[in-house]
Design a protein around this ligand. Sequence first.
Ligand code: ADP
Ligand code: MG
Length: 629
Amino acid sequence: MNPLEKEIKFLKGVGEYRAKYLNKLGIYTIGDLMEYFPRDYINRVAKTKIRDLQQETRCAIVGTIVSIEKHNYGKNKAQLNIVITDGEDYLFCTWFKFGNWFMKQFKLGQKIWVSGLITEFRGSPQIIHPEIEILGKEGDKQNFWHKREILPVYPLTEKISMNLMRQLIYNAFKLYHDFIEETLPEYILEKYNFEHRKISLQKIHFATKLAEVEKIKKRYAFEELFYTQLMLARSRYNHKKKPVGNKFELKKTFTTKLKESLPFALTSAQKRVIREIVSDMCSARQMNRLLQGDVGSGKTIVIIFAMLLALENGFQSVLMAPTELLAEQHFRSLKNFLENQPKIRIALLKGGNYKGKKAVKEQIAAGEIDIIVGTHALIQKDIVFHKVGLVVIDEQHRFGVRQRAVLSQKNKHPDLIYLSATPIPRSLALTIYGDLEISVLDELPPNRKPIQTIWRGASKKKLVYEEVARELKKGRQVYIVCPLVEESEKMDLLDAETLFEQISTKIYPQYSVALLHGRMKPVEKDKVMADFKSGKTKILVSTTVIEVGIDVPNATVMIIEHAERFGLSQLHQLRGRVGRGSEKSFCYLIGYPPISNEAKERLNTIVETNDGFKIAEKDSIQKLLQKIF
Ligand code: ADP
Ligand code: MG
């Protein structure tokens, strides 16, 4: 085995504990870590002069600290001002929210890198809440990175600090660099003037010139699309060669029973899509279908039909979700819909080791489970299926091509459905997915009222709370989402824990409020969600873990804190948690200054349209394509 395929826990400096957190970043193997790209770079010998900084643009600069001052004002309020100089001019860095720990790390004379939006303060440039990096000085413990001009900045998660991440990247390259293999053919490298993979990966992390990085990113964007296309071309070729796949028969045992037990009538879009899927599954060819439908369009019930069709023919179905929380949610809704068919055996398979997992794995292998729901755990080598007839992959854009290939290789030509709630415009979908068949749920279940979306500045929050109080009085439930779990030293963002405090003790003390975030144990999360679903809890303060798939029709209000920090499709997904019942729903976007023009445009788009397709058109896939062509 190529050592790059080894689990990340085996890398020097990682171990079981840290591996768990790296997994959260999508890093499962040593190779994944080496392919974990920086989101930005720090140039510590940047030549930028303070006097050249442009107002209202994002800039980064290196300077020396000449003043550190804390001003107390009001009750319990303080401001931290740090002035840095490039030897000629001065730049103010200001924080309105910070811990003692944060302040103590600064020393006069220290070299520091700061980055953020340039504004003005008493005639001098200022950055409010900059991103910072204290640069080592003489006498600090020297490490490899200390001497480098350009430092990579990685997206992080709890327990994985920037220094640790850099150290791990260093370890990985030191030990395993030689094992990186080229994946593109020589003539393509030549044609596009791409560098060898071994060199490009190294340069991404250990860049000496930023211009080089741009070129290398292009290589990776190319690679991603190239392999998607290649895989599709191969499957197209195989399809043409000879029909492979299972030919199912609509026996109408389980499926009909499901139809009869539904508490609602299917929309005509659902009926159409079910027909499309059934006809594919009943042909001798392998189905390869993308099911697109905006949030709330009712995709779940459609895939349950497909699963029961497989089951009628004696085949297992697999549903793979991108996160554990989503897998759990799917598992629950499957159980709900299939409540009155107790003979159908459904199992949830999670990552890691836990009690009972071995037994579930054995049942899966023995064919004693009909529907298996899970995450990446499903594609581990030790999972053996009995006879898989259908694989459903939820939110497929989050899974790598490789992983998808693994799942369909392990099982002989199961039918495939990719679910996507981020509608991709048809023409673009065809470019990206080749001749994947596409089904679209372009109709929401009846009685849905459009969601009224309102963007308010943080200073108007009181007004928002008053408006929301009216909904609470009517018995409705409320989601409040914010980007962070707990108070962070680095950023001045409202975190879920602080917000939960405020909401439950000051704003709505009369209502029951609960907190939900990804760090809670699954059983705790289950409990919180169950209480919210049953209406016992009225207000749910949460991080973005509620993004997809959570379904509580009585919740009619969504408040999104720091909406300026979210991307378009994420906002749309979050908003999709409301508007799921027949009552009018509201989504409040709370923006905190400074708000960049780009963020303003995003917020306006969300306010103006509820249409996922329009939103997708403005979103990222186009950016990806632009990068390449
Ligand atoms: P999504 O496409 O976002 O996954 P879901 O499948 O979760 O949507 O469905 C959203 C909600 O709408 C669920 O509560 C589901 O039970 C309900 N639903 C689905 N189809 C219909 C329908 N035809 N009529 C009424 N409600 C429906
Ligand atoms: Mg769903």
